[in-house]
Each structure stands twice: as C-alpha cells, then as structure tokens.
Design a protein around this ligand. Structure first.
Ligand code: PLP
Length: 461
C-alpha cells in the first residue's frame, strides 16, 4: 500500500506549500516534513515508507477508539449521503445533533444542562470565555471579565485561548496574552513545592496565591477560572491532594465561575468518562473536543450549567439573538461521527480498558523506572501519563532545557517503534495511547521507552 507514494515528491511539495502548525518554519521548509503518515489500524500508524509505529500519543491526545475504524467511515458516509450539511443558526437543527446532545447531557452532572457545538478545543474554550462575558453582562456585572488560567497550561491557540495557554512560546511575538487573561501558580507538587511542604500545604498555598491574585485584580473584575482536571500538554500534571477543593472554595467566595477544560481528559482518557469525576470538581462550564470524535471529524462540545443557561434565556428579551456560532456548529456529519465514536467507546468498554490497561502500563513503568537515576516522577491516571526527566533525581536537579533531552528521548523511542510526546517546558515525555491499547501493546511501549531513554542517557554519561 505504502509503495504507491512518491515520498520525495510529497516532501518537496509539502515544504514548498505548507505552513505547518507548531513546527519550526525553517526546518520544515529546508528539510521537508518529518514523516508522512498514510494509514492506521488500532494503535498503529504507518508512513509512506512503510514504517509502522505504535502511536503512544493517540495523534494529539485524541485518538481514543483507535485508527482505521470502518464504523466511523460508514456513519460518515451515511450522514453525508443523506444530507451532508445544513447549519444550525436561527433555530435550525438536525436529528444527529439532537441525539448527540441528549446522550452527552445524560453523561454530565445534573446541573449541566445545555451544550454548544463547535469544531475544535480552542473554539470550545473561546465560546465559554465569551459566555462568561455575556452572562456577567446580563447579570449587570459587565466588568467581571478577567479569566484566570494556570502557568504552563494549554487551552488552545486562538487569540483568546492562546492567551489562556500559559506557555511563553504561545505569547511571544504575538503580543499576547490579552489584558483580560491572568495566570496563577502551576500545581506541580514534585517540582514546585517548598522544602518539607506537604501536598495539602502546597494546595492551601496555591489557593492562597489564587486568592491574592483575585484580590489584587479586584474580585469584581474576575469572571472565571479555567483548569484541566489533569493538565495535559503542560506536563500531565495531576493535582496535589486537596487542590480543587481549596480552589473551588475561593472561587465560590468571590462569585467566580469554574471552566473545566476536558479537551484531553474527556471521553475515557483517565479511566473515567470525564476528568472532573476524579477530583470532585463541580464545574459551571465544561469544554470538550478531541475524544468526542476521536479526531475523525473536527468537533467540540462546550457545556454550561442550568443557572447560566437561564440567564442567557432571560437575556433574549433585551439582547435578541445569542450572536455567536460557527458555520459548522452542530454539523450533521460530525454529530453522526461522534455518535458512532461514543457507541464504540461504550460497546467495547473502552473507559474500563483505559482504567485497567492504564493501571498496568503505570505499574510496568513504575517497575522499570521507579529507581531510574534520570526519572524523577511517573505521573498520570488511566491511559494518560508522563515521565519526568531529571539530570539528577537525588538532588532534584532538572536538565538544562537547551539540551532538549525530552525531544532527543522521543526521537530515540521513535526509532524503537513507539511515538511519545516530548513536552519541552515540563522536560517530560507524555503518553496517551488509544483506549483500545492491549497489555502486549503496553509492554511494547514500556520496552521502547526504556531502550530510548537509556540510549540518550548513555550518550550523556
Ligand atoms: N484544551 C486542551 C486541554 C488541549 O490540550 C487542547 C489541544 O491540545 C485544546 C484545548 C485546543 O484544542 P484544539 O487544538 O482542538 O483547538
């Protein structure tokens, strides 16, 4: 199959015509794309040269049901043949989005009663940010606009969501963040806690720092706080004990909404349907995308509480239409894909598999790297995790980031047939394989990770 591709011609054409996302522009234009992928099955993906790799990251943390599922193609074709497209503006609808909304709301906490459909994680967060503004305007508090995110978090790349993203590279040279966005502390106990500070004390301190920021900005100007249950691209940072309870108490005290970004954690990734279930988070709004369609169709679902919805409904009398929406909101083909995707997750018990195979994978990683001189921490829950690289684990000294150890390890692991994701700011290697992962595929991941890391560390010593 792969021999039908003229890789050299494709590489040249790519380099000549495409501005790649999140890539070094000069590198791609000089060297062409790193790899050109053409087919996938289950957890495996194959390039034009016939090289097959186990995708330990599930694309960009999104391939929950595995590659090459013909059920999705069947659902897509049927929906496309039937109509293909019609919009959902001005009250128009279609049966697929109605059925999808019903199914999704049934999975949400009772107070979350409405969903808004879009096309990406960024637009879901962007939508929720605008709803915070709209809602507070309708409540007679138009100045309550600021959104607090955490340093190192990733929430998207539109103007508003790149601002929420707490990574300097997404701000530098774009004139971001916008003034409405502020950042608070990173809840990474392993690297950020003080000497002898317990997890609970660390959480209490972080909640205090959040409150200090709110008070410095003026609580009457702060509309929402946004956080992932487990911070994904920021390093797969699991929250320290008591963190969300302490944070939620502060938010409640100052009438600040909680936007829960479930774009990575949602749809089974953590061994639960949603990450907020793990940490007793009571969100006012929830952003989801990625696993909603396992990446087969660009689609997002942004959820709001009944309290917020009632304010929006009552606002119709003064504001008329809710002037927000996308051409592809509630797309009938996308909705059919999401329904087929959810049917696979449910039918194959993939949430339970994420918990079980995830527990096995973490146990194997702990066996392999528990005493490794250069692995400081093995984090994560279910099929979401990361390894923290350290120059010296005993003295808790990190590598100098300029040596790009995480990227070098990812290349070495890739040479052993497994894709993992280097997270440069966190100096970590992340994984989030398809939820279909088997025990032997988990073993294959651990074996390649071990060989790759030991090879790079051997070169350093
Ligand atoms: N939120 C989180 C937690 C993410 O990880 C991402 C993407 O990785 C986004 C939002 C943005 O999603 P998208 O790239 O679909 O816009």
């Amino acid at each position: 199959m792969s021999t039908q591709y003229d890789t050299e011609r494709l590489r040249k054409s790519d380099a000549a015509h495409i501005l790649h996302p999140a890539s070094v522009v000069a590198d791609v234009s000089n060297n062409g794309p790193a790899r050109i992928f053409v087919e996938g099955k289950g957890a495996f993906i194959t390039d034009t040269e016939g090289k097959k790799m186990l995708d330990g990251v599930g694309g960009l943390w999104c391939m929950n049901i595995g590659y090459g599922r013909t059920e999705i193609g069947d659902a897509m074709k049927a929906a496309s043949d039937q109509m293909g497209y019609f919009h959902t503006f001005a009250g128009a609808s279609n049966p697929a989005q109605i059925e999808l909304a019903e199914k999704l709301i049934a999975k949400m906490p009772d107070h979350i009663t409405k969903v808004f459909f879009g096309s990406s994680g960024s637009d879901a967060n962007d939508t929720l940010m605008k709803i915070v503004w709209y809602y507070n305007g309708l409540r007679g508090k138009p100045e309550k606009r600021k959104i607090i995110a955490r340093r190192q978090a990733y929430h998207g790349t539109t103007i508003a969501t790149a601002s929420l993203t707490g990574l300097a590279s997404f701000h530098r040279n774009f004139g971001l963040p916008i003034p409405e966005v502020k950042h608070t502390s990173l809840p990474h106990y392993y690297r950020e806690a003080g000497f002898n500070e317990s997890e609970e004390e660390f959480s209490t301190r972080l909640a205090r720092e959040l409150e200090e920021l709110i008070l410095a900005e003026g609580p009457e100007t702060v509309g929402a706080f946004i956080a992932e249950p487990i911070m994904g691209a920021g390093g797969v940072i699991t929250p320290p004990k008591g963190y969300f309870a302490a944070v939620q108490a502060i938010l409640k005290k100052h009438d600040i909404l909680f936007i829960c970004d479930e774009v990575v954690c949602g749809y089974g990734r953590t061994g639960h349907w949603f990450g907020h279930q793990l940490y007793d988070i009571r969100p006012d709004m929830i952003a989801t995308a990625k696993g909603l369609t396992s990446g087969y169709f660009p689609m997002s679902a942004a959820f709001i509480s009944d309290d917020i919805w009632k304010v929006l409904r009552d606002g119709s009398a003064t504001l008329g239409a809710f002037a927000h929406g996308f051409t592809y909101s509630g797309h009938p083909v996308g909705s059919a894909v999401a329904l087929a995707n959810l049917a696979i997750i449910e039918g194959e018990n993939l949430v339970a598999n994420s918990a079980q195979t995830g527990a096995y994978l973490h146990a194997q990683l702990n066996d392999t790297f528990g005493n490794h001189a250069h692995i400081g921490e093995i984090r994560g829950v279910g099929l979401l995790g990361a390894l923290q690289l350290m120059a010296d684990r005993d003295t808790k000294t990190g590598f100098d980031l300029k040596h790009k150890i995480a990227a070098r390890c990812a290349v070495a692991i890739g040479n052993h047939g497994v894709i993992v994701r280097p997270l440069p700011t966190a100096d970590s290697l992340a994984f989030s394989p398809p939820l279909t992962l088997t025990l032997s595929e988990a073993d294959q991941m651990v074996d390649a990770i071990k060989k790759g890391i030991n090879q790079v560390m051997g070169e350093l010593n």
